[in-house]
Write a protein that binds this ligand. Structure first.
Ligand SMILES: Cc1cc2nc3c(=O)[nH]c(=O)nc-3n(C[C@H](O)[C@H](O)[C@H](O)COP(=O)(O)O)c2cc1C
Length: 348
């Protein structure tokens, strides 16, 4: 079969081995209850996809002011931990593995969701537009986080990683991609700081690396993964200088022992002049350890990319929404159901 390499097991490290190389990408579904607690329906949805090598949960917010969309689950209180426990048990009972994706949306948050006064970000740089599906909620001018607030954010990320382990997750993926808080520190468009968190590559990478290190210290680097978007494409404008920041970040990550690094992109073919091509190949040039590719792949094109050594693991997003039995279908060569946005209305 053309896709045989996808069905070989893969050791992330000495403690975690994936049974195959197809990973369910993190997919926000906005289906948690009004206290941001995962539901039984969510447990059933994830359990059905347990034959993937790894499930990465939809992004879960680390604290209330990280929320930018309705009914996104949290990982900051006991009720939420108990709700996630039902999800992780269901996945484990079906022989699967699941990481929690940890999220703070930064300037893409909205005070409406937490009855707050403001949103926190690296700098008072507003993102244009309004909350999807709630167009009346326009994005606000963020408040620049103080050094003390940044230190507290690092602590809250680490606490939420500890909560994830409490909830039975096999590890966490830090959401450092797609224009949210961590990514906002890494791009010049959103980071205009002139203190130790801005202005230079090492300063701009300081907060993201502090989060990585705090979480690795809390739960172990073997259970810690990171998603990054060197190419600005979502809630973010690119800047020629961004590539230096990511080169520096990648050189630092290369010295750590993360479970994996994950490209944050919707379409792998997207090209960025300041990265001299696509984000995946840029990362690969600067990072030699386990890399997860994503964005518009079929099993066949993903398998070829692994053969070509562009990356090691293949994350699949939208096709997994349309096909709970994606793995079985690919294995047997059965026809896949085409993804369509209207499928987001229902959790199947
Ligand atoms: C409905 C939807 C929700 C998503 N939610 C998240 C998310 O919570 N966290 C994240 O890092 N990426 C998220 N993504 C991006 C996906 O993880 C993935 O990168 C993207 O869908 C491209 O892969 P695909 O072409 O296989 O779908 C989302 C994408 C979609 C379509």
């Amino acid at each position: 079969m053309m896709t045989d390499n996808l069905f070989k097991s893969y050791a992330l490290n000495s403690t975690i081995t994936l049974k195959n190389r197809i990973v369910m990408a993190p997919l926000t579904r906005c289906m948690a209850d009004n206290e941001l607690v995962p539901t039984q329906q969510m447990a059933d949805y994830y359990a059905k996809r347990s034959d993937s090598g790894l499930i990465i949960s939809e992004a879960a917010i680390i604290r209330p002011d990280g929320q930018g969309y309705p009914n996104t689950p949290g990982l900051f209180n006991d009720k939420q931990i108990a709700g996630w426990r039902v999800v992780t048990d269901a996945v484990h009972n079906n022989g699967g593995k699941i990481f929690a994706q940890l999220w703070h949306t930064g300037r893409v948050a909205h005070p409406h969701f937490y009855q707050g006064e403001f949103v926190l970000a690296p700098s008072p740089q507003k993102v244009e537009g309004s909350v999807p599906r709630m167009r009346e909620l326009e994005y606000t001018l963020p408040k620049a986080a103080t050094v003390e607030e940044i230190a507290q954010l690092v602590k809250d990320y680490a606490q939420s990683a500890a909560n994830a382990i409490d909830a039975g997750f096999d590890g966490v993926e830090i959401h450092g991609a797609n224009g949210y808080l961590i990514d906002q520190f890494l791009h010049f468009d959103s980071n205009k700081r002139d203190d130790q968190y801005g202005g230079t590559a090492s300063n701009m990478a300081r907060f993201p690396l502090a989060v990585v290190d705090a979480i690795a210290a809390e739960i172990g680097s073997d259970k810690t993964a990171l998603r990054i978007s060197p190419g600005a494409y979502f809630n973010m404008a690119g800047d020629q200088r961004d590539s230096d920041v990511f080169e520096y970040l990648l050189s630092e990550l290369e010295q750590r022992s993360l479970a994996y690094l994950h490209v944050g992109i919707f379409d792998d073919a997207m090209s960025f002049d300041y990265l001299q091509g696509n984000a995946t190949d840029f990362i690969r040039r600067h990072y030699s350890k386990t890399l997860m590719g994503v964005g518009g792949f079929s099993a066949e094109t993903g398998s070829k990319a692994i053969d070509d050594k562009r990356f090691d693991l293949l994350a699949i997003g939208r096709p997994f929404i349309a096909n709970p039995d994606y793995i079985t279908k690919v294995k047997s060569g059965a026809q896949l159901t085409q993804y369509s946005e209207h499928m987001l209305a229902e959790l199947v």
